[in-house]
Design a protein around this ligand. Sequence first.
Ligand SMILES: [Fe+2]
Length: 212
Amino acid sequence: MSDKPSYLGLLNAVSLAESEAYEYLTAWAAVTRHEGVQATLRTVAAREGEHGMAFAKRINELGYDLRPGPDDPKRAERLALACSTEVSDYDKMHALGVARIAEDTGKSGPDIFDTFFSDHSIDVQTGELLGRYIAEERDTGRRLRACYLAVKAEHEASRASKPKKSSKKKRNKDMRRLEHKVDALCDAVEALQRSATNGKNGRAGAKAGLSR
Ligand SMILES: [Fe+2]
């Protein structure tokens, strides 16, 4: 039987995922203008970065090296999205999985971490690291959920206060109708002025003829 710990793959996967999350959450925290989002992202990013390093360290202590994962073309996309100043925090939350974490955290019952200790060969030191990691991840889930719900409420309130497209359309139509009426009125006033001027000139001419 090999001495290689059966849970190396788990430690490796956690380290890679946490390090990548650190990367894009830090980039996002640097560009958001929302103080609450920024505070949450900084807390979570610090944890993710530390988890990435702590699991790589544990793999090293066990006598192995962290193995890089396969190239993921989506990684650059996620980072570009996190860095964007055009995409809203609300949309980033949906695209980068925060909304899903928020939803999962709101559910009762087992989560993805419940199976981590199903491997009974996990050594004490690794078990200690995994236990702290799981407790922090669940707390992170609660923080992200609270942050997501606050941003969602703000997003919905701002949508409700914006005029609907249909009423905007109707207002534009009314405005155009009003402009046509004003144009017609201006034409009528001009025509009236012209006829008044012509009448005056006619009477003046007639008077001049009489006095000759
Ligand atoms: Fe994480």
